[in-house]
Design a protein around this ligand. Sequence first.
Ligand code: GTP
Length: 397
Amino acid sequence: MISTLKKLWSPGISGYPRGVRRQIALCNQLGLFGIAATLPYQLFYYVYEVAVYRGVFVANLFFIAGYLSVLPLNHQRWHHLASTVLLANGCSQLFVVTWFIGTEAGVNLYYFTLASISAFLYKRPNIRVYAAIMAFFGVQYVITHFLFTAATVITPVPTPWVNAMYAFSVAGALTLSGIVLYLFRRQIDHAEGELTLSNRYLETLSNTDPLTGLANRRALDVALEREWARLTRRQQALSVIMFDVDHFKRYNDHYGHAGGDRCLQQIARAAQGVISRAPDLLVRYGGEEFAVVLPGTDETGARQLAQRLCATIEALNIANEPLGAGARVTISVGVSSLQHSVPNAHDYGGAHLLKHADEALYQAKANGRNQVVYQAYGHPHAADVERDGRVDASGRT
Ligand SMILES: Nc1nc2c(ncn2[C@@H]2O[C@H](COP(=O)(O)OP(=O)(O)OP(=O)(O)O)[C@@H](O)[C@H]2O)c(=O)[nH]1
């Protein structure tokens, strides 16, 4: 039954996005509704006294044809024309029927429903156009309501019939308004759902490095801030590792930029294999430099991980020929950790811890590369660097 009905109102909907399909289907549904709502009146005019109501009876035949034409128009993909025919037909019918039998029949009540339907069908975002549509329907309603009183109508219907017509009209107008409001709500829900999905996608995109698929520097800043705030609440340790590919410029010059990219991707994959614990975050800091945030990891754990990173990258056995026969790609690693219990632990912030790791990395480079250097948080040299730009050694693992 439902699938037969669906078939009836589906001409012209295929090949469009879901929102448009729903609009076209609504247009078709209203065309069918117009026919279904007019037929009982036709039956009444015919059975009761067709000679008296011939005028409205004949006019209604044209309106039924108008509603019917909506389906082939949509089938031809003339959707705008179909919507316009539907609304023009509906407005004219309300006008003519009220003119013939008076406002007591309640047919003019449908103007309110038509106003909301038209806004839905034409999807007008412009507030002025929307106000114009509402004003148009308002004026139509007022005209029909005050112009066609019982004394002025062409063929008044006996009171019991008018009461029945009025009851049906009110029920029909309310039901139709309810359906339109429901469709509005669904459309809004659908749009909200799509917005949430695309926001999530954009957020992922803005936090991801496109080359390696790792988190990027932006994500690192957020993670550092978050972990720093957590550190002030819990008795925990926090460590940061920074590592950088050795002599990558020469690698790049020799193997080309595309070769360099592939090398960075391999390193990222291998490092991700080492940094696999859930709260740990590996990011591409920029260029050939990477960083790792290790919440809840103390100095010993961070040093071990750093050593494993160093060994894992070397074990990849990526040849770096410009450095000599048998030379392989290696990394230099800087590590810094902070224990919650350290005096003045919270004086500087997560970025300061990163600075310590960066200095340790610099030291690892100065010491000859392919090694790990640790610098404790609160080490005076980091503070020195911040104050006067001087860099100093801090000790080697
Ligand atoms: N292929 C590729 N190369 C990059 C990318 N980002 C940075 N680089 C290159 O990495 C090289 C970094 O060179 P340097 O900063 O001199 O460092 P290095 O040669 O690794 O020397 P050390 O760090 O001292 O061992 C430059 O040649 C950059 O062009 C990237 O996304 N892809």
